[in-house]
Design a protein around this ligand. Sequence first.
Ligand code: AMP
Ligand code: ZN
Length: 169
Amino acid sequence: MAAKALLTALIFLPLLACQKPQAVASAPAQSAQPAWVLAHPEYHAHKDCIFCKIVAGVAPSKKVYEDDRVVAFWDIAPRAPIHILVIPKQHIRSLDELEQLPVATRAALLDACFKVAKEFHLTERGFRVIANTGADANQTVPHLHFHVVGGERLLEDPITIPGKASAPR
Ligand code: AMP
Ligand code: ZN
């Protein structure tokens, strides 16, 4: 009986050793996470946010700049010859939640606005950077974004128009 067991073991153990470790190979790899999440574990996305979908690459966009903290892409309805949106990959609602962003990401946003302006030659004749924040500013997409607009002489804005440029709430 013992000899039979030994014989069985001698035949089957080498066969088992040749098997590929299927279960280990098919386990979900950590790299299934997007690189920007791996680089910044504090980052998260909102599943119903169109800009988070653009960051994740599951909604279309015409990207003009990307690094590990920010993305810049064309506004879908440009209001000037150049109209680019600069956003953090980390979802925050608007500037009113800026404290939630790492300082390096805050710097990266400003830096990306400058890079975009330079790339599109806006630094030569001027441009505007706008961050509509909340209801009073008519913000429509609740993921922080900076509009970088230029390429023509822009209309005056509420800051430069003399008097009060507002509507009743
Ligand atoms: P705001 O009104 O300041 O919140 O600006 C939101 C901007 O996002 C608008 O200028 C929209 O045209 C733009 N926008 C909305 N959806 C998209 C999209 N899927 N891709 C690019 N731009 C978008
Ligand atoms: Zn978002």
